[in-house]
Design a protein around this ligand. Structure first.
Ligand code: MTE
Length: 401
C-alpha cells in the first residue's frame, strides 16, 4: 500500500481495511495505559496516504502564512522552535466518530465503525498558534477565519479546515503548532514533522502535516471541511445525504467543540463478570468521560435500573496534576497550566457497587454532565455522518455463573 513504509503496532484494531490507515486500540489496553497514551496505542485517523517526508530534513519543513495579513511569512520548523516560546499542553484528541459503531448497528451512517477508543491523550509540544497570528498581524475588519491545510493529497484536493479568527488568536483555547508528542518527534501517522493541535474540538480540526495557513474573510472551502464533520438533521438518511449533498451540507451544521461523553470500560462488552455474592464484596465499575470547549466534567452518574435512578461516581482528573507546578524542560519547553482553568483532557471515574446489586441488575448505564450542564441524552440522535454519538453508554451484564 502507499503507507507500507511505516511501522505500525499490530495490536491496533484496523477499522478500514489496509488503506488508508485508521485504527483504535482495544479499549481496555488504551484505558490501562493510563492518562497519557503511549504513541503506539494512540488512535489514527487518516483520510489518505501519509505524505512521505524525509526524516533528516524536517527542520527545513516550511509553513506558509498568508492572506489577509499585514506581513506574509514562511516559517521553517527551525524558525518556530527558535523564535517563539515553546510550550507543552496535555490534550485529549477525540475523533468526531468516536462511538459511531453503536449508531451504525441501529441505522448505518456514512462513516465507519469506531468503538469507544477513538480518543487518546498526549503531551503536545509546539508554539501557540496565537503567537504566530499576532506576529503576522491579521487585517482588522476583513479577516474572520483562519484556514489550515495539510500536505496529504486526497482525491478531492488537500485536507483542510478552518477556525474562527477570534478563537485561533485566543491563548485560552490553547491551539498549538506542534512537533512533538510525549517528548518525541511526531510519528508519520500523527503528522510528522508538524501539525495543528486544537484542544476541546473534534479531532478533525487538528490538521496533520501542516503546510499552509491562510487568514481569510470566509471559512475553508476544502472538500472535507464542507462535506464531512457536520451533524446533519436526523430526518436525513445517509442515502439522501449522498444524493442531495449540496442542499444539506449547510455551514450551520458544522461541528467544532466536542460534546459531553463517557464510556464504561470495566466491565467491557461481553465480559463474564464474577458476581458470586459474598458478604461485603464489591465490584468496581470504571470508565472515562470528557467534554468539549475546555469545560470540566462536574458529575458522572451510573444507573443499574435503566435510568430510573442514578448514583454519583467518583471522578479523578489527572490533568490537574499539571496545574500545581510550572514545569520547565529543554525538550518540553514550558508546561504551565497553573493559570489555566480549561479542561482539555479525559477524566476517569469509578463506581463501587455491592456485587449483590450488580447481580440483580441486567445492565449498566453511564452519563456525564459538564459544568455548563450539558448532559448525555438518553436516546441516540442518528445522523447521516454518524458523528458525536453521545447517548448514555450501556453495557449488558453477563454473569459467569
Ligand atoms: N490532517 C490531515 N492532513 N489529514 C487527515 O486525514 N485527519 C483528521 C485530523 N487531521 C486528518 C488530519 C482527523 S478526522 C482526526 S480525528 C485527527 O487528525 C486524528 O489525529 P491522529 O491520527 O493523530 O489521532
Amino acid at each position: 500500500t502507499p503507507d507500507g513504509w511505516i511501522n505500525r503496532n499490530p495490536e491496533l484494531l484496523r477499522l478500514t481495511g489496509r488503506h488508508p490507515f485508521n485504527c483504535e486500540a482495544p479499549l481496555t489496553s488504551l484505558f490501562d495505559a493510563g492518562f497519557l497514551t503511549p504513541p503506539h496505542l494512540h488512535f489514527v485517523r487518516n483520510h489518505g496516504a501519509v505524505p512521505r517526508i524525509d526524516q533528516h530534513q524536517s527542520r527545513d519543513w516550511t509553513i506558509r502564512v498568508h492572506g489577509l495579513v499585514e506581513r506574509e511569512c514562511t516559517f521553517s520548523l527551525q524558525d518556530l522552535q527558535d523564535e517563539f516560546q515553546v510550550v507543552t499542553l496535555p490534550v485529549t484528541l477525540v475523533c468526531a466518530g468516536n462511538r459511531r459503531k453503536e449508531q451504525n448497528i441501529v441505522r448505518r451512517s456514512l462513516g465507519f465503525d469506531w468503538g469507544a477508543a477513538g480518543l487518546s491523550t498526549a503531551l503536545w509540544t509546539g508554539v501557540y498558534l496565537a503567537d504566530i497570528l499576532h506576529f503576522v498581524r491579521p487585517q482588522k475588519g476583513e479577516a474572520r477565519h483562519v484556514i489550515f491545510e495539510g500536505a496529504d493529497d486526497l482525491p478531492n484536493g488537500s485536507y483542510g479546515t478552518s477556525q474562527r479568527l477570534s478563537w485561533a488568536t485566543s491563548y485560552e483555547r490553547g491551539m498549538l503548532i506542534a512537533w512533538a508528542m510525549n517528548g518525541l518527534a511526531l510519528s508519520p501517522d500523527h503528522g510528522f514533522p508538524v501539525r495543528l493541535i486544537v484542544p476541546g474540538q473534534i479531532g478533525g480540526r487538528s490538521v496533520k502535516w501542516l503546510k499552509r495557513i491562510e487568514i481569510s474573510a470566509s471559512e475553508s472551502q476544502h472538500h472535507l471541511h464542507f462535506f464531512d464533520n457536520k451533524v446533519l438533521p436526523t430526518q436525513l438518511t445517509p442515502e439522501r445525504a449522498r444524493v442531495e449533498k449540496f442542499w444539506w451540507y449547510d455551514p450551520l451544521y458544522l461541528i467544532t467543540e466536542l460534546s459531553v461523553n463517557s464510556a464504561v470500560v470495566k466491565p467491557e462488552h461481553g465480559e463474564l463478570c464474577d458476581l458470586i455474592i459474598e458478604k461485603d464484596r464489591v465490584y468496581t465499575i470504571q470508565g472515562y468521560a470528557y467534554s468539549g470547549g475546555g469545560r470540566r466534567i462536574n458529575r458522572v452518574e451510573v444507573s443499574l435500573d435503566n435510568g430510573l435512578s442514578w448514583s454519583l461516581a467518583t471522578i479523578e482528573y489527572p490533568e490537574d496534576k499539571y496545574r500545581t507546578v510550572p514545569y520547565e524542560d529543554s525538550a518540553f519547553g514550558t508546561l504551565d497550566l497553573t493559570e489555566r482553568d480549561t479542561n482539555f483532557c479525559w477524566c476517569f471515574w469509578t463506581f463501587q457497587v455491592p456485587v449483590s446489586d450488580l447481580a440483580r441488575s441486567s445492565s449498566i448505564a453511564v452519563r456525564a454532565t459538564d459544568e455548563a450542564m450539558n448532559t448525555q441524552p438518553r436516546d441516540m440522535y442518528p445522523n447521516a455522518t454518524g458523528m458525536l454519538n453521545n447517548w448514555w453508554f450501556r453495557v449488558a451484564i453477563v454473569q459467569s455463573t
